[in-house]
Design a protein around this ligand. Sequence first.
Ligand code: OGA
Ligand code: ZN
Ligand code: ZN
Length: 429
Amino acid sequence: MQPLRPTLGKLLANTFITKVHQRSGSSAAAKLGVHPQQRRVAVSRARLQRHLELTWLQGSSSSFPLTWLRDNCQCPKCFHPDSKSRTVDWATCDITIKPKEVQVSDDGKTVIVDWLDAHSSRYSAEWLHSRRFEEDARKKWLSTYKQEKEIWQSAEETEFPRKRFSFEGVMSDDGQLLQWMLELERFGVAVLEGAGCDDERTVRKLADRVAFIRRTHYGEEFSVKSKMEPSNVAYTGQALQLHTDLPYYEYKPGVNMLHCLVQAEGEGGENQLVDSLRVAGQLKQSHPEFYKALSTIPVDWTDEGVEEGRPFRSLYRAPVICEDSTGKVFRVNYSQPQRDSHFSVPVEQVETWYLALKQFTQLMLRADNRVEYKVKPGEILSFDNLRICHGRSGYTPAVNQIYERHIVGAYLDWDEIRCRIRVLSQREQ
Ligand code: OGA
Ligand code: ZN
Ligand code: ZN
């Protein structure tokens, strides 16, 4: 082993060189060591005191904060390997600790840090490389977090459904299951076909194939058909205005699966679908003040009733357009029937908010923003409930109950879908 100093920096072993080259596309060889240039830069002195600089074989260097290194020591005292969990005692851990000595193993595959408190940490070069703080490494890591969404083109140009998946294929083949989930995450909508039309438990089977069904106060699977004393306007033949389901849940179910067992005969029963990300983008451009109103003024989303003898009264306050801390839209809430008449905001905000909602609605109804699809018996229409607004045109409930339009719905959560995507993607590599 040799100290990790500029003149003593070690070449990484060939096995690792290959991996680094594959990842970076670079063919230049370099060393793992403290970069000589870095030590001469006066302004980085303070930084250097709290950072360890490593130079990789292909010539680039990376800076690792000492506190991060100490926090992420991989020894059995600090990290429990079976549960893959950090166990460093944060109450007693000295976050200003400095290394007494830093070394790199002869094969260049391991960095060893001996700390002043006599603790010793070992990090594999590969492990460190994938945790670099440089933007390219962070981007790569973030792609395993969530996929970039593809905002829809004009509805007239968007072929719909863009992709059809075989239900049997998704149920039996991990690759096809993965492709369906990736399409749902990227594009927001995917249709499965060949799901049959006589088993009301089909959506449950699909949910179980991903992870598990998301229960709500309407149950696990729910039957959408015209009912006596309906607890929801969906359970009538009336048209359903564009909406997202369940905006009154803080943890709003992420994906809807609508399995068509019987479709309305003749006219009616079609679903309309709108990419709210596309429409939110248009509103931001054309009416920034309305966008601001819809993305900042909280709305009281509500649902009240009795289902299977259990009374419910749900309430959640959130804007129509919810942005994350980076300004990206991560959730849209939109539902006429489920917006409370209590609107607990200062009175001067109310009229502006209504104007903004009207504009947003008009944009959603524009022909180039809306696709229509009449789901066929045996198909499952699946879509992102945080993103896609959906509606249904009215139909005449059948006189003969056997031919009544019948959709069985169920939900899945994005946490579970993304978890499954990560596991399956890793296996595919
Ligand atoms: C719903 C709904 C769609 C349909 O129940 O919320 O959107 O096609 N149903 O009936
Ligand atoms: Zn340790
Ligand atoms: Zn709905």
